[in-house]
Design a protein around this ligand. Structure first.
Ligand code: HEM
Length: 454
């Protein structure tokens, strides 16, 4: 095994199993530092504590039962509402049953593969201001990659599916309020895990409420500013002209705002994390960076990446997938049982909490050889074919999987191809980002890389 392709295991998992109260305490600090070493070798870990049942599930076969085969026995609620309700209300990420089906059908046409390919030039164009700024900083300039990726992905969303003219202030509001909202969200996760109401005062509760309100106000302004545009060609258009299949009535204004905030948050936070971690790994392993740059040059023939090139960038595809394995942008999924269930002999009552720590699944010793090795060859078509569908699931699985998965992969590849064509990335001495989960997985103190324009 080539030692130079092993990532640092940060934060180090606790030895032995933590008690439930300790686990909860560590979860507030950083969920990825709360799962003990044994989680990485067990199919599932059950905690029973004062009548509360919490099952951590790592076995892909069990995950398949929860998210696909028997999905109707599990709900995202009230967990999701408790944590995100203040910002995204009953939008697509939170909705259930008929409400969810209607909203999913409404948004689905925007995310068809053919539609997505037409966005490639827009994904390439959003890199221009960033590349210009990097060029002005000169060779080896230190850049805050995490912030740059957040700005770039928000712009990409705006210029493609959203159909909204966001001004600088809107974008700043979304980024700042979004970051604050997610930062304090762990307290709500803890309250709901303990079956306590989310309204109980907790550190940052007021800041979180203000941030949620700001996100909603920004969405309202964006809607008010919308000047015509195609009737149903973009997300805002589709929401405004939607009719409820059961009643024939228009989508309530509140639900439109719920969905605008949902897509604003779900549509850029996650992709920006994926890009940040990929650039970190490519800076850490320069030979891989060179191999991918070589592929991009060969496929695009020295031009900017076009829609027909994307499917040919197989090495880049594998690198992005491997980066999302090691640093899953969404590190945890949560569900609650809505009926008593038995999972491989584990009996759970109605109301038990199910936690699927994707981060652990992706580094599990029984599922991956040398889990901490950065090895994109795990994502050749042959390697993928032999793998359980729930052993690798950065976009979730089953009916509630990510509606934006194809969008995110195309966007990620187009942006990475453009950045790698025009810049080289190096890791400054001492830069060792620590994975830190606040709904999405980010480097705890951001990520600074040395960037040299090419
Ligand atoms: C690398 C980027 C992304 C990752 C890793 C990611 C991950 C996920 C995951 C894991 C879920 C399932 C949550 C659950 O089961 O509880 C999800 C759902 C969702 N994602 Fe993404 N996502 C990404 C990008 C996007 C983009 C670009 C959009 C929109 C433009 C988007 C919109 C959504 C929405 C609306 C849902 C809820 C779908 C439903 O419940 O029907 N995501 N995402």
């Amino acid at each position: 095994m080539a030692r130079e392709t092993i990532i640092a295991e940060l934060p180090i998992p606790p030895k032995g199993r933590l008690s439930f109260p300790m686990l909860i305490l560590r979860m507030i600090v950083n969920p990825v530092a709360s799962w003990g070493e044994d989680f990485y070798g067990q199919p599932a870990v059950l905690y029973r504590w004062f009548g509360l049942q919490t099952l951590y599930v790592m076995d892909p076969a069990l995950i398949q039962r929860i998210l696909l085969d028997d999905a109707e026995s599990y709900s995202k609620q009230p967990l999701n509402d408790d944590v995100f309700g203040e910002a995204i209300g009953g939008g697509l990420l939170n909705a259930e049953e008929d409400e969810w089906r209607w909203q999913r059908r409404l948004a689905a046409p925007l995310f068809r593969a053919e539609e997505m390919l037409s966005y490639v030039p827009a994904f390439v164009s959003v890199c221009a201001p960033l590349l210009k700024r990097w060029k002005e900083s000169g060779a080896g300039g230190r850049q805050r990659i995490d912030r740059d990726m957040t700005r770039t992905t928000l712009q990409a969303l705006q210029d493609t599916v959203l159909g909204a003219g966001l001004g600088d202030d809107d974008r700043r509001a979304i980024q700042e309020a979004g970051a604050t909202f997610l930062f304090y969200s762990m307290w709500k996760v803890v309250l709901t895990s303990l079956r306590l109401p989310p309204t109980i005062p907790h550190p940052g509760a007021r800041k979180m409420a203000r941030a949620g309100k700001r996100l909603r106000e920004t969405a309202e302004q964006v809607l008010a500013k919308r000047d015509g545009g195609s009737e149903d060609g973009d997300l805002l258009g589709r929401l405004v002209t939607a009719r409820d299949p059961a009643t024939g009535s228009a989508m309530p204004a509140r639900l439109i705002v719920d969905n605008v905030v949902t897509f604003l948050m779900a549509g850029h936070e996650t992709t920006s994390r994926a890009l940040t971690w990929t650039l970190y790994l490519l800076a850490l392993f320069p030979e891989w960076q060179e191999r991918v740059r070589e592929e991009v040059r060969r496929v695009a023939g020295g031009e900017e990446t076009g829609r027909d090139d994307i499917g040919k960038l197989q090495l880049l595809d594998a690198v992005l997938e491997e980066a999302m394995r090691l640093y899953s942008p969404v590190p945890v999924l949560m569900r609650r049982t809505i009926a008593p269930v038995a999972l491989d002999g584990i009996k759970l009552d109605k109301g038990a909490t199910i936690i699927i720590p994707i981060y652990v699944v992706h580094r599990h010793k029984l599922l991956w050889e040398d889990p901490l090795k950065f090895d994109p060859s795990r994502f050749t078509p042959q390697a993928k074919a032999g793998r359980h569908r729930c052993a690798y699931m950065p976009f979730g699985a089953g009916p509630r999987n990510c509606i934006g998965a194809t969008f995110a992969m195309l966007e990620g590849k187009a942006i990475l191809a453009t950045l790698l064509t025009h810049a080289r990335f190096e890791l400054p001495d001492g830069e060792a980002p620590v994975p830190f989960a606040r709904i999405t997985l980010r480097p705890k103190n951001g990520l600074t890389l040395k960037v040299t324009p090419l």
